[in-house]
Design a protein around this ligand. Structure first.
Ligand SMILES: O=c1ccn([C@H]2C[C@H](O)[C@@H](COP(=O)(O)OP(=O)(O)OP(=O)(O)O)O2)c(=O)[nH]1
Ligand SMILES: [Mg+2]
Length: 156
């Protein structure tokens, strides 16, 4: 079977303020992330000052299939050129979320960053997640690592 057959479907519902926006899409054939565009009003851009953050609307509701999550991640170009990244990266889009997907950007650069309508501001990776059964236990199994962490194995 062709690998693209039987793919899970991501349903997108366009909100009124996304009327003329391109549908979020994979920009290249092998892209991992679906680029997300800013649904700010035309002529009314958002300016993020250095050190400030902004919640940017995408204009779409994403129905992520059960068993998957959406991971909202920064775009490396914006991070490299302007110091713009997602504050809560990776942002988590739950499969039962029915609100508008928004992107929480922070400006770690030295200059104001202006977000115009339709600008590609972040990307969303759809990834499988496992919902485990949660059970309280009296103890854990024994391992060589034990409770060592945070650099306990050294750096070389
Ligand atoms: O970058 C993000 C992160 C989250 N969300 C939406 C979808 C997600 O399903 C919901 C809740 O996100 P999260 O669980 O990270 O936030 P919370 O602070 O735990 O809020 P809640 O109590 O609503 O779960 O908010 C976004 O639109 N963008
Ligand atoms: Mg939550």
């Amino acid at each position: 079977m062709h690998p693209l057959e039987n793919r899970p479907v991501l349903a997108l519902v366009r909100l009124p303020h996304a009327q003329d926006l391109d549908l979020p899409a994979y920009e290249t054939a092998g892209a991992a992330g679906i680029d997300l565009r800013a649904a700010v009003r035309a002529g009314d851009p958002i300016t993020i000052k250095p050190g400030a953050r902004a919640l940017v609307p995408t204009g779409f509701v994403f129905e992520v299939p059960f068993g998957y999550e959406g991971q909202v991640r920064p775009r490396s170009g914006l991070a490299f050129k302007h110091g713009i990244t997602c504050l809560n990266t990776p942002g988590t889009i739950d499969s039962d979320y029915r609100g508008e997907v928004k992107v929480l950007l922070i400006n770690l650069g030295e200059e104001d960053f202006v977000i115009e309508r339709s600008m590609r501001i972040a990307q969303m990776v759809i990834a499988p997640v496992t919902q485990v059964a949660i059970r309280e236990a009296d103890g854990t199994s024994t391992t060589a690592r034990g409770s060592g962490g945070f650099g306990s194995t050294g750096s070389k």
